[in-house]
Design a protein around this ligand. Structure first.
Ligand code: GLU
Length: 315
């Protein structure tokens, strides 16, 4: 029964998130994503969730999740609900994979990276180093069956229909379009070592946590069409997207563990404030107070006000 003292929250109530992979502590680039997503949520009176994306166990650094949480708190970026860890949610991903299987969207594939590279080379396609290979469809059956989802050294791929073009709006970058067949091909949802992939896990988690707004770095833009297609197949709502400009190093490379990005300095509140100010300047926030005696809470409040103006400027 409807309780006027406790009305249901509207379906569209803003819910955002920050979803770091614990492959190391926060660096200047990941702080930009954390701050941008936090400010967007706060500006819109929304909730901001923290999800640790430790789905790819071998890439995770023990303790990095706690380091990230300490750094966020030192910067005043407090999450609003319990933290979730993807490593504890395997059963959810398995259920989603089963649903896709029941609807005949999956097939198994035993191709090695070398087999795929060779098949592409025959077509005259060389994949530059560090780039994902576009799967040429070698194992795609003519008729898809409902399968026994074995984990025996095979990967499970999503069978894409032909000419699958996904279009979506990005708040900063405008209308985006990707032809999934040409850009990625049938992509993997469960790897041959039994691990669920980021694409599947992130879609399931965003839907189950009712995330309405995804604010993250532009390095993830090329994944969005895949995620939207999965949302469609699984009957989930599509969130709004905002991909933020990346922080680059002197060589024009995105900051990452691979490029040995240094972690942000949050040893005391003055240092944390300096890191926040750098991140805000990268986000294009103007006119923020620069007084040295400002508390982080006061600064964040000013930044939340400035966030709205910056968004208007961008349009
Ligand atoms: N875990 C991903 C990363 O750290 C981010 C995922 C997302 O925001 O969708 O790059």
């Amino acid at each position: 029964m409807y309780d006027p003292k406790n009305p249901p929250s509207p379906a569209s109530a803003y819910r955002g998130r920050f979803a770091p992979s614990p492959t190391g502590p926060l660096h200047a680039g990941s702080l930009v994503a954390a701050l941008g997503s936090w400010l967007d949520a706060k500006k819109n009176g929304g909730k901001w969730l923290l999800r640790i994306e430790d789905i790819d166990g071998p890439r995770c650094i023990p303790g990095a999740d706690l380091d990230i949480m300490r750094q966020l708190l030192a910067c005043g970026l407090q999450w609003d609900e319990e933290v979730t860890w993807q490593s504890e949610r395997q059963d959810r991903y398995k259920t989603a994979l089963e649903v896709l299987n029941q609807h005949k969207h999956l097939y198994s594939c035993a191709c090695s990276r070398q087999t795929i590279a060779n098949a592409l080379a025959v077509q005259g396609i060389e994949t530059p180093r560090n780039q994902e290979m576009i799967y040429p469809g070698t194992c795609h059956p003519t008729q898809i069956q409902i399968n026994a989802l074995t984990t025996e050294k095979v990967a499970w791929r999503l069978a894409l229909p032909k000419d699958l073009i996904i279009e979506f709006e990005d708040k900063r970058l405008g209308t985006q379009k990707q032809n999934l067949n040409q850009a990625v091909g049938d992509f993997v949802l469960r790897r041959n070592d039994g691990l669920f992939t980021y694409q599947l896990a992130v879609v399931v988690d965003d839907a189950e946590q009712n995330i309405t707004h995804i604010v993250r770095g532009e390095d993830l833009l090329s994944n969005t069409a895949r995620q939207i297609y999965l949302q469609t197949l699984l009957g989930y709502n599509r969130p709004h997207y905002l991909h933020l400009a990346l922080v680059l190093d002197q060589d024009g490379e995105k900051l990452s563990k691979q490029t040995l990005a240094t972690q942000i300095n949050t040893q005391d509140s003055k240092s944390a404030l300096v890191e926040l100010q750098k991140a805000a300047s990268h986000l294009g926030l103007r006119g923020l107070p620069s007084r040295k005696d400002l508390s982080i809470a006061e600064w964040l409040l000013a930044a939340t006000h400035a966030w709205g103006n910056q968004r208007i400027e961008e349009k």
